[in-house]
Write a protein that binds this ligand. Structure first.
Ligand code: UD1
Ligand code: CA
Length: 449
């Protein structure tokens, strides 16, 4: 059955106390909206429609950035969740199949749960995702008639007896597209909030002899973000899950609670992640690599057998081949470091290629930026870069070449050559002693006055 997704993302999110639309706040380095869209992708939707409202332009841009194929529609006035879904209708023109409605601020619905809903559609015209709430608060309540769902009643419209129900509405709903929009066309706003409630489609369906059913998920999946505290709780929930997932997949985490993953971190089995490592987005760490304590990785690839850190920083475009060593206080950006190369101490390697088994001495810096342009540095295989070498790019160091410690290298160094780019040392015998004697005498004279 072809499936389309509708993501509701028009809400303002007052309680975030933010100038930014709620769905653009991030968990694990990705906007809430991206998490919701990623969950929906499990159903392989043929169309995705994002309904924007508050900060429509920013939310549209973010949605298209996450997936350039989405349709974005604007709900000019916030007249309720049913009204919001109605705005998606033109964007689904010509589509026939199932529609699943998700909220952009609810990041943790599992793909398996959505698959269970899609499967339950074989039995029911409308399928709602429900959960047993520990504290049902102001959620909509699911009123059952035996095994079937009879209607959803919003908290504000509920009787005391209905408020006592603990089976709640997550907000996720699935139905055939044509049926859904037909029911939505029949919604009224004659209720406590004066809104068009999406939830009323259940009662309307039953009144027409269609059946409605419930798929029940864990309450944690339905966690919605309404405040900064919720956002922090969502981050904690994400991290807890990511850590457990890494451990399950055979990754060693010495102190799991101190490691922070991004939404897309990929770590191979038998990799070791030491304490206090932070992953930004787009990082792959292959099997058997070791990321030592206090390292920060983002947009990089670490191959099998490589060792990174402690206190290393890998920035976007850092690609470490097998058995590379990157040591303490080393920053690598947009650079390909070939197999077995070593950059062990206090260095900056940016916009560079480093050949296999090259050895980069302590304090080496690729001077890649002239204030306007970035330039590349190429370091050949087996090159030996002396400590404290400044490589003023663009510059090329040949294979098996060496640079003397403290050199400022401004021109290319051929293969096998030694480059010395520093002032020649002079030694003045006895001068240190004579200088100190003179200075001490001067100090004594001033004290005497
Ligand atoms: C809704 C459900 C409630 C459910 C709860 C779960 C309705 C009527 N009620 O209530 O049964 O238990 O979610 O969290 O559906 N939105 C729009 N446009 C609008 C209104 C809302 O895009 O005009 C979006 C919001 O941005 C949000 C989502 O829809 O992402 C839910 O809206 P919200 O106002 O939070 O609904 P609740 O009152 O919490
Ligand atoms: Ca809500």
């Amino acid at each position: 059955m072809p499936t389309a997704l509708i993501l509701l993302a028009a809400g303002q999110g007052n309680r975030m106390m933010s100038d930014r639309a709620k769905v653009l706040h991030e968990v694990a380095g990705a906007p809430l909206l991206a998490h919701a869209m990623a969950a929906g992708r499990a159903l392989d939707p043929v169309r995705t429609v994002v309904v924007t409202g508050h900060q429509a332009d920013a939310v549209r841009a973010a949605a298209l950035d996450i997936d350039p194929e989405v349709a974005v529609v604007e709900q000019a006035e916030r007249l309720g969740t049913g009204h919001a879904v109605a705005q998606a209708r033109p964007a689904l023109d010509g589509f026939s199949g199932d529609v699943i409605v998700l909220y952009g601020d609810t990041p943790f619905i599992r793909p398996e749960t959505l698959e269970a809903m899609a499967a339950a559609r074989a039995q029911h015209a409308v399928v709602v995702l429900g959960f047993h709430a520990a504290d049902p608060k102001r959620y909509g309540r699911l009123v059952m008639a035996g095994e079937a769902l009879d209607r959803i009643v919003e908290y504000n419209d509920a009787t005391e007896a209905e408020r006592a129900l603990t089976l709640c509405n997550s907000g996720v709903i699935a139905a055939d597209c044509a049926t859904l929009f037909e029911l939505i066309g029949a919604l009224s706003n004659d209720n406590a909030a004066g809104e068009y409630y999406l939830t009323d489609v259940v009662g309307l369906a039953c009144a027409r002899g269609l059946s409605a059913g419930v798929v029940i998920c864990d309450e944690a999946e339905t966690l919605g973000v309404n405040s900064r505290a919720d956002l922090a709780a969502a981050e904690a929930a994400f991290q807890a899950r990511a850590r457990a997932g890494a451990l399950d997949n055979g990754v060693t985490l010495t102190a799991p609670e101190t490691v922070f993953f991004a939404f897309d971190t990929v770590i191979g089995r038998d990799a070791v992640i030491e304490p206090n490592v932070i992953f930004g987005s787009d990082v792959t760490v292959e099997s058997g690599a070791r990321i030592r304590a206090f390292s920060h990785l983002e947009g990089c690839h670490v191959s099998r057998g490589a060792v990174v850190g402690p206190f290393a920083r890998l920035r976007p475009g850092a690609e470490l081949a097998e058995d590379v060593r990157v040591g303490n206080f080393v920053e690598i950006k947009n650079a390909q470091v070939a197999e077995g190369a070593k950059v062990n101490h206090l260095s900056y390697i940016g916009d560079a290629t480093v050949g296999e088994h090259a050895n980069i001495g302590a304090g080496t810096i690729t001077c890649n930026y002239d204030g306007v342009f970035k330039h590349r540095t190429e370091i050949g295989a087996h090159a030996f870069i002396g400590s404290d070498t400044m490589l003023v790019a663009p510059v090329r160091i040949g294979a098996h070449a060496m640079t003397a410690s403290g050199s400022v290298i401004t021109t290319n160094v051929p293969d096998d050559a030694l480059a010395l780019g520093r002032a020649r040392q002079e030694v003045k015998p006895g001068l240190a002693r004579r200088l100190m004697d003179r200075l001490r005498a001067e100090k004594a004279k001033r004290k005497g006055h």
